[in-house]
Design a protein around this ligand. Structure first.
Ligand code: IMP
Length: 205
């Protein structure tokens, strides 16, 4: 069975990737199975660059095929922020909840009709020698609530309402079941776009 390493230390993100990759019949491995730490330096200006950094580093460390995700929330009223800095928004010391509340505070003056945003997900697959084999970026459009709603998901899910669930009552990603989030999300779209090619790209070693 071919092995694919999943290049993220974010356990919730990893769980989403693993459940969507499960039907492909690959053996999935994660950075905690390495004998060395996986600490990529995410210093690129865009999602695609950071996804490449992560996939390339993990492929080399593991001497195997690696898939990495770089993703984030881009808010129109903030000219695309927090964007690539989504995981670090508000500085060190904040957890997911703290970052979300900080963002809500910054958005307080923004009226409901102008709270548009999208999630973006860049995926990159690298070969054991670090070569990029595939890359894709997808997005999911929606709006942001004024208060967190729902207990599921992670990150900014409790304030993000995808366009498809903008009706009354609106539903955030954190209120949707896993299959529905996967169907609509930036990550789900990107992974489906790669899925057909993955088993061919990732060979037995
Ligand atoms: P990364 O690990 O640098 O790619 O950081 C991604 C960050 O973007 C996460 O820590 C979340 O804050 C946010 N993010 C990305 N995808 C999602 C999602 O599907 N739901 C909620 N937040 C997300």
């Amino acid at each position: 069975m071919a092995t694919l390493w999943i290049g993220t230390n974010n356990k919730k993100k990893r769980a989403e990737l693993e459940r969507m990759l499960a039907p492909l019949g690959l053996e999935l491995r994660t950075p905690d199975q390495l004998l060395v730490p996986f600490d990529p330096i995410e210093d690129q200006p865009d999602f695609a660059g950071n996804a490449r950094v992560k996939a390339c580093l993990l492929a080399r460390l593991a001497n195997g095929y690696a898939l990495a995700d770089d993703s984030g929330l881009c808010v129109d009223a903030l000219h695309g922020r927090p964007g690539v800095l989504s995981a670090r928004y508000g500085g060190p010391g904040l957890d997911d909840r703290g970052r979300l509340l900080r963002l809500l505070e910054e958005l307080r003056p923004v009226p409901l009709g102008q709270r548009t945003a999208h999630f973006r997900c860049s995926l990159c697959v690298c070969a054991p020698d670090g070569r990029t084999l595939a890359a894709i970026e997808e997005r999911c459009e929606g709006t942001l609530l004024t208060a967190p709603t729902g207990d599921g998901g992670f990150g900014y899910d409790p304030i993000f309402v995808p366009l498809e669930f903008a009706g009354d009552p609106a539903k955030t990603f954190a209120q949707l079941d896993a299959a529905t989030k996967d169907r609509l999300s930036h990550r789900g779209k990107a992974l489906r776009a790669l899925a057909a090619a993955l088993p061919r790209l990732v060979q037995d070693r």
